[in-house]
Design a protein around this ligand. Structure first.
Ligand SMILES: Cc1cc2nc3c(=O)[nH]c(=O)nc-3n(C[C@H](O)[C@H](O)[C@H](O)COP(=O)(O)OP(=O)(O)OC[C@H]3O[C@@H](n4cnc5c(N)ncnc54)[C@H](O)[C@@H]3O)c2cc1C
Length: 481
């Protein structure tokens, strides 16, 4: 008999959270801390969504999306998770750029970028200050018609090298392009510039296990291998979800699944206004990624000066469409030194990431797909040689993930790494106006994606749900703690 992953669940919960990405986990934790009964359903056998890891023989543990996030994570983790989690966040000191226009190492904060822009790039201090202040003052309610390209042209006209320095990491960090609204750039860039780039010491496995411990302590009913098939809606709003063939009643759902799957697959477009459906259909997905995971031999490592995060490119000029090309010219290498996992086996791992289009990887025969992955590994080893000499002999394990891999594990349409483009945020926020009790808290809109963005979005949405349920006498009252 197949295992019943729903054994012992109640018939009804105040809130059902679909998906255990960082947004879903955070929303569930806050809701339960506020006294609501919460069921968290994850279709995969592991929690974390894209914030995940995998193990390979030899003591190698690879992180999928632990490359860097802004300092704001410390505050968010302390407030909405635990001090222990917040205290494990550490800064990456060596952020490196190496491309035909420039090679440099930076701590990736406003002070150091000001130094680089004024001394190495020869930009007037006043211009640099005005640019930083302008980016810092941007917020969600600003003018959305100005593009990032227009923002750069205003402060650094004709300076493609400066644009590359300012934009390449952000394109990597959330897939945004020069044609996206300037505010999506300004908000994310300023978040990083406040103090630099940070990661979680101990690895994603330690983080997610700590989060699971917190969830259980908060009283969340956590279930893995539970694939939600349907969200049922009645005339009064949300009624139930169907998961692994079982119906569970609830009056509020927070979906952490992809925004488009939530609307079109889990609920169904007939449940929404026509104009809303039209708007939702226009929401573009963000791009996906390829990654190559490489492990050095047991006692082998690389000098620290190699950097922690290395934006390498052989392209003469910076073009966002080139970053997505199958013919890869830009790779971001993350170096995980033995102190990434102080209690681990002392391994040095390297992950190469590149933004990618799903269409370049889907629809191949099994043989073609395997051959393409093999080629990706081989060309990546060639590119790594410049930074890790003799890498081909030193790398003892290498394998690749593609947009198809990301789609397979997270059910994100087209393997989208950062959910949807900016317009997705308005659609996500409008869901409860369409259907009472329906919420979405997952990567969308560039701003609300990435580790910090999704955690913060989980907080915002959890508070919306708490407000709604506190106005509904028919459901369990919200505790006052
Ligand atoms: C290669 C890569 C590198 C990245 N690097 C970084 C980085 O360095 N820094 C950073 O800040 N961000 C990074 N990101 C982005 C970041 O990982 C994501 O934005 C963030 O983790 C997404 O969180 P989320 O809450 O939107 O949920 P997701 O992680 O997208 O998880 C959604 C969850 O919902 C589950 N689900 C879907 N449908 C169902 C269903 N029907 N029933 C039950 N469960 C369901 C999925 O299985 C999944 O667990 C990276 C992403 C990728 C792909």
């Amino acid at each position: 008999m197949p295992k019943d992953f729903l054994k012992g669940t109640a018939d009804r919960y105040d809130v059902v959270v679909i998906g255990s990405g960082l947004g879903g986990l955070t929303a569930a934790n806050i809701l339960a801390r506020n006294g609501l009964s919460v069921l968290l359903l994850e279709q995969h056998y592991k929690l974390g969504g894209l914030a995940t890891w995998f193990k390979r023989p030899g003591g190698h543990i690879f992180d999928i999306s632990l490359h860097g996030f802004p300092y704001g994570m410390v505050k968010s983790c302390r407030r909405y998770w635990s001090k222990e989690i917040a205290d494990s966040i550490v800064q990456l000191e060596g952020v490196r750029f190496d491309n035909p226009m420039f090679s440099l190492t930076t701590t990736f904060d406003r002070n150091d970028f000001t130094r680089l822009l004024t001394t190495d790039f020869g930009i007037a201090q006043e211009n640099v200050d005005r640019f930083f202040d302008s980016a810092r003052s941007m917020n969600f309610y600003d003018d959305q018609t100005k593009t990032t390209r227009e923002l750069f042209d205003e402060y650094f006209p004709g300076r493609e090298d400066v644009i590359r320095l300012l934009m390449e990491p952000i394109t990597y960090a959330n897939g945004s392009t020069l044609e996206d609204p300037a505010l999506t750039y300004g908000i994310v860039f300023s978040n990083f510039m406040s103090k630099g780039v940070f990661v979680f010491q101990g690895g994603t496995d330690k983080l997610v296990k700590s989060m699971e411990k917190e969830l259980v302590a908060s009283g969340v009913d956590v279930r893995i291998n539970c694939d939600v098939e349907k969200i049922n809606v009645g005339s009064g709003g949300i009624e139930s979800v169907v998961v692994n063939g079982k119906t569970i009643n609830t009056s509020a759902v927070v979906s952490n699944a992809n925004l488009r799957s939530t609307i079109f697959d889990l609920v169904g477009e007939d449940k929404f206004d026509r104009s809303f459906v039209d708007e939702a259909k226009e929401v573009r997905l963000n791009n996906s990624s390829t990654q190559v995971y490489m492990a050095l031999g047991n006692d082998d490592t690389v000098p620290r000066e190699t950097g922690d995060l290395l934006f390498s490119s052989t392209a003469e000029r910076f073009q966002t469409d080139l970053l997505l090309d199958r013919n890869i010219t830009s790779r971001t290498f993350s170096f995980y030194y033995p102190d990434t996992r102080p209690e681990g086996k002392g391994r040095t791992l390297i992950v190469s990431s590149t933004n990618a289009n799903y269409s370049d990887w889907v629809g191949m025969s099994k043989e073609e797909y395997e051959a393409s992955k093999h080629e990706l590994v081989e060309t990546t080893l060639d590119a790594l040689e410049k930074y890790v000499p003799n890498s081909r002999e030193r790398v003892v394990h290498a394998e690749a993930a593609t947009p198809v891999t990301f789609e397979h594990y997270t059910k994100h349409i087209s393997g989208a790494s950062f959910g949807t483009k900016f317009e997705g945020l308005m659609v996500s926020r409008a869901l409860p106006d369409q259907i009472r009790g329906l919420y979405h808290a997952g990567s969308c809109g560039i701003i609300m994606s990435g580790w910090l963005g999704t955690i913060n979005y989980g907080v915002i949405v959890a508070n919306d749900v708490i407000n709604q349920l506190s106005k509904m006498p028919a459901t369990s009252p919200v505790a006052s703690n």
